[in-house]
Design a protein around this ligand. Structure first.
Ligand code: ZN
Length: 195
């Protein structure tokens, strides 16, 4: 995300110099969604962190065959400083596509009618998908969005998501809601008592 004049030379300068006053952040999906982010053994449905792989001596604790090593193990092997140490790099923000947030909030599948309707209403009213995801004040979002979608957007903005990293060919999953209180509420007509 740039905050500079839309001028070729200026944009080039901001990138080259990594001018943090103008180069605010990058926008990325969650790398954990990749199929080989963590280590593991698909046949045993076992996901392991790099530390766990080392502790297990590189063998699947369940069947003893070699663990398939993923990206994070390689990153740690190449790293020359601890995780989280300041580097002066441009910050990043992880996003989940709006349609997926709406779908999980409403307990529906992406592409279905209710999800598409909510998506197009929000994008139309607030200007763009990035505006909805990143910038629109929550009060503005709340004027147009289902309350659970507002809650979901807030969780994504605050990074309060549940991450199950991919491993050994299995896609990772990012969930916004979890736990008994977080189950999508299915709006059904009140049950009529039989008694
Ligand atoms: Zn195994």
């Amino acid at each position: 995300m740039l905050d500079c004049e839309l001028d070729y030379d200026e944009i080039l300068r901001v990138f080259r110099e990594r001018d943090r006053s103008k180069f605010l952040y990058t926008i990325e999906f969650f790398p954990e969604e990749g199929k080989y982010h963590f280590d593991g053994h698909r046949a045993c449905q076992l996901r392991l962190s790099p530390q766990e792989t080392r502790a297990a001596g590189g063998r699947c604790p369940s069947c003893g065959r070699p663990i398939t090593v993923g990206v994070m193990s390689r990153v740690e092997a190449l790293a020359d400083r601890p995780t989280g140490e300041a580097t002066g790099r441009v910050p990043f923000r992880n996003l989940i596509p709006l349609e997926e947030i709406i779908a999980e909030a409403l307990g529906a599948q992406p592409g279905t009618g209710a999800v598409r309707e909510e998506y197009f209403r929000l994008v139309h009213e607030l200007g763009s998908e990035f505006a909805v995801l990143l910038d629109a004040p929550p009060a503005d979002v709340a004027r147009y969005a289902h309350p659970r979608v507002v809650d979901g957007l807030r969780r994504v903005r605050e990074g309060r998501v549940v991450i199950h990293p991919g491993y050994d060919g299995v896609f990772g999953e990012i969930h916004i809601f979890q736990g008994a209180d977080d189950q999508p509420r299915v709006e059904e007509p009140a049950q009529t008592s039989l008694f």
